[in-house]
Design a protein around this ligand. Structure first.
Ligand SMILES: NC(=O)c1ccc[n+]([C@@H]2O[C@H](COP(=O)([O-])OP(=O)(O)OC[C@H]3O[C@@H](n4cnc5c(N)ncnc54)[C@H](OP(=O)(O)O)[C@@H]3O)[C@@H](O)[C@H]2O)c1
Length: 335
């Protein structure tokens, strides 16, 4: 996929394009209404019950659009949302399901679900996405917004496991010819929730990275805002990326300090060896390939995978780690 490091995510937007930044919360683009013509777009949301997907769905339902969701179990969608959407039941990795889901779609929100048991990182990202690419082409989908990762054109990306595969997925989608925006993220703040138990019990959290390496980190709510803005904006064209970097770069030691202040108890970060990290993943049931791919990604992050994207006002998104700790982590720790 051709990408630009341009700070303007929509340098190639069509004539009359409404420009916006990934961080300008609430500025949804307008679906132009022509008298006598139906102006409502059909937007398809994959993974609408997930961390990012459910927030994208809520945001898009606040805009001017008809919404279709693709999900395995409709009961997992809250009833107040179920009433407002068209449902295609099944996995969005399935060819018949995506062909039903993408018929008549203007825009698609594309998210590959984590697959801890996949036989390879390519199977997890590329094989899962192939049927959708064919369906996007078959049905003339106009625009796709995908969840991906930072790191393109960096040295460590060659062996960055899940991220290498995620960027190959972007290339695959782009090769279908569809207008595409890859949302490129660092690690999510929300990942800290996976360690609530040890934060609570031991005042510790762990990763196989240096505690001093400063990295961007973003909140899933800001990713969802950026995704919804793009989905509701019918003006952009071409293929590019939109980074979502959060407001500042922080090290794990910085995060420990902020957590300690917000939670009112001492929280410390401890770097763990790669082998121990991988053993934990395997112990939790992850396949060899996905555990190695996750470790490779972490090693690449320690080598600068997430540090190459120039920070701009547009990709500096609003939710701070302190705010996230106050609003999300603290209630989870107290629960
Ligand atoms: N975490 C990070 O730091 C980070 C950074 C950059 C990019 N990413 C990317 O972000 C994505 C994960 O997003 P997330 O955290 O929002 O995911 P999540 O919360 O784990 O949600 C996963 C969603 O996928 C659905 N799902 C699971 N398996 C499925 C299957 N086989 N077929 C169809 N649907 C399935 C789940 O639905 P049900 O279980 O309800 O059916 C759920 O809606 C991944 O692609 C990852 O590479 C993550």
């Amino acid at each position: 996929m051709q990408t630009s490091s341009s700070p303007t995510p929509h340098a190639d937007a069509g004539r009359g394009a409404q420009r916006f930044s990934a961080g300008s919360a609430g500025r949804y683009a307008i679906v132009i209404s022509v008298p006598g013509k139906k102006a409502i777009q059909m937007i398809v949301i994959t993974a609408p019950t997930g961390t990012i997907g459910h927030q994208v769905l809520e945001n898009v339902l606040n805009g001017v659009a008809a919404v279709r969701v693709v999900l395995r179990d409709p009961k997992r969608l809250p009833s107040h949302l179920r009433e407002r959407v068209e449902i295609v039941q099944g996995s969005h990795g399935d060819v018949a399901v995506v062909n039903r889901a993408f018929a008549g779609a203007d825009a698609v929100f594309w998210l590959v679900p984590p697959d801890p048991h996949a036989k390879s990182v390519e199977a997890a990202y590329l094989d899962f996405t192939r049927p959708a690419c064919a369906a996007m082409k078959n049905h003339g989908v106009r625009r796709v917004v995908g969840v991906s990762a930072l790191g393109r054109n960096t040295a460590p990306v060659k062996n960055a496991g899940l991220v290498t595969a995620s960027l190959a997925m972007d290339d695959l989608i782009a090769s279908s010819g569809v207008a595409y925006r890859a949302l490129t993220m660092p690690s999510f703040m929300d990942n800290v929730l996976r360690q609530v138990a040890t934060i609570k019990a031991q005042g510790m959290f762990f990763a196989p990275l240096s505690g001093d390496r400063k990295l961007p980190t973003c909140a899933s709510r800001d990713i969802a805002t950026a995704a919804a803005q793009l989905l509701l904006d019918s003006s952009w064209r071409g293929q590019d990326h939109v980074a979502v970097l959060g407001p500042e770069d922080l090290s794990f030691n910085d995060m420990a300090q902020i957590m300690s202040e917000v939670l009112g108890k001492s929280v410390a970060f401890q770097q763990i060896p790669g082998d121990a990290f991988k053993a934990r993943l395997l112990g939790a049931g992850m396949s060899e390939a996905m555990a190695q791919g996750t470790l490779d990604m972490m090693v690449a992050k320690n080598e600068g995978l997430d540090n190459a994207e120039p920070r701009t006002p547009a990709n500096t998104t609003p939710t701070s780690f302190r705010q996230w700790c106050e609003e999300v982590l603290q209630p989870a720790v107290l629960a």
